[in-house]
Structure formats: C-alpha cells, structure tokens
Design a protein around this ligand. Structure first.
Ligand code: E4P
Length: 218
C-alpha cells in the first residue's frame, strides 16, 4: 500500500519524507489557502521534496478553464497529478488529460456510481472521502470495499486513493480491503508507529542493558 500525506505544510512534508514512508502528497484548495504561499510556489516546493505523485487541484468548474489551469500546474514538475472534482466537466478534463499522459486524481467521490464513472474516464486515482461520509452517519469504509470490488470485476487501472482519513484504523481497514493508496494527515502517519507495548518493551530492554554496563560500540 502506498502512503500519501494530505497537507500543505512543507515542514511536515520534509520531516515525514525523511522517514522513507511517504510515496506522494495530496493537497486541496482549503489546505493550500492556509499555507501562506502562492499555489505555484507551494506545489513547486513539494515536488522538489517528494518524487511520487503530488496532487494539485484545479479551481475552475468548466472544462476549458480546467484545462488551462491544468496546463499551468502540470508544467511545474513531472510528478504533478492534476486533481479535478467529480463533476461532468471534471471527468471530461480527466479523460483529456490522461489521454495526454498526465496523472489525474478525481476528488470528492462519495458513491460507487461516481467511482465507476471515474474509472471509465481513465483516472489515475479516485479519491473517496471516508471521514466526511462517517461525519454524516454513512459508512465511509463500506464505500471503499464496494469500489475495490467493482474495480476488481473489470480490472480497471484506476487506483483507489482513500481520502479524508481520520484515524490509523481507517488506514488498516483500507489495506485489508486492498485499496492502493491511503492519504492521511501527518498526525495519522505518526500514529501508525505507536503501540504502548513497544514503548514499554523498549524501556525494559534498555534498562536491563544499562544495568549490564556494556556498550556495543565499546
Ligand atoms: C484528499 O485529497 C483531501 O484533501 C482530504 O483527504 C480531505 O480530508 P478532510 O475531509 O479531512 O478535509
């Protein structure tokens, strides 16, 4: 499973990229608006740190303007994935861009029907938002299961990029279902490492070692 981080905080991206666990980055207009940088500057900076796909979202909602914005964004770096909303013009742009060899992430997916349309449009990634579904009392992870099953029926190449993740269990369940990618806030990636028995066990090992008076380095 690939791990993307969902943030526009470049310090966090640099810090987590150094762990070797970051396969890509997703941003959205709300996250970008909080970065204090121009969007072009922000995406350029992220692409210089992470080799994998970096999602940069268009803000137009009509096909011609989306294509113009995509043209600007995809020139930033080879690893830019153009993010488009799951609306008719977004899927039209998705088809045109992927036909032209550009990676496309279709965002704001909330139903299996929308995910099916996205695969037919040739998207590189579909982003179903699990947390936002859970927020309204729906079953976010159930949607991931349905999409994974539907895509497997047809061998679609579109990768399921689980988005709007709120906890480590979302990541683990997504992996169990065979989703290709999980994009998560930096905090969730850090939480994946944590287990109280690891901390307790390590402390006991090191206390015993200290008592022995030995050192591996002599
Ligand atoms: C994904 O690409 C989105 O930016 C993100 O996962 C949205 O998450 P949120 O629902 O926590 O805002």
């Amino acid at each position: 499973m690939k791990f993307f981080i969902d943030t526009a905080d470049t310090d966090e991206i640099k810090d987590l990229a150094a762990t070797g666990m970051v396969d890509g980055v997703t941003t959205n207009p709300s996250l970008a608006a909080t970065s204090g940088k121009s969007f072009i500057e922000l995406i350029t900076e992220i692409c210089a740190v992470v080799d994998g796909p970096v999602s940069a979202e268009v803000t137009a909602t009509d096909f011609p303007t989306m294509m113009k914005e995509a043209e600007v964004l995809r020139k930033i770096a080879d690893n830019v994935a153009i993010k488009v909303p799951l609306i008719p013009d977004g899927l039209k742009a998705c088809k045109a861009l992927t036909d032209d060899g550009t990676m496309v992430n279709v965002t704001l997916c909330f139903s299996p029907a929308q995910a099916l349309l996205t695969a037919k449009a040739g998207a590189t990634f579909v982003s179903p938002f699990v947390g936002r579904l859970d927020d309204i009392g729906a079953d976010g992870m159930g949607l991931i299961d349905e999409i994974c099953n539907i895509y497997a029926n047809y061998d679609y190449e579109t990768e399921v990029l689980v988005a709007s993740i709120r906890s480590p269990m979302h990541v683990v369940e997504a992996a169990r279902m065979g989703a290709h990618v999980a994009t998560m806030p930096p905090k969730t990636l850090r939480q994946l490492y944590q287990h109280p028995l690891t901390d307790k066990g390590l402390k006991a090992f090191l206390d015993d070692w200290t008592k022995s008076g030995q050192s591996i380095l002599g």
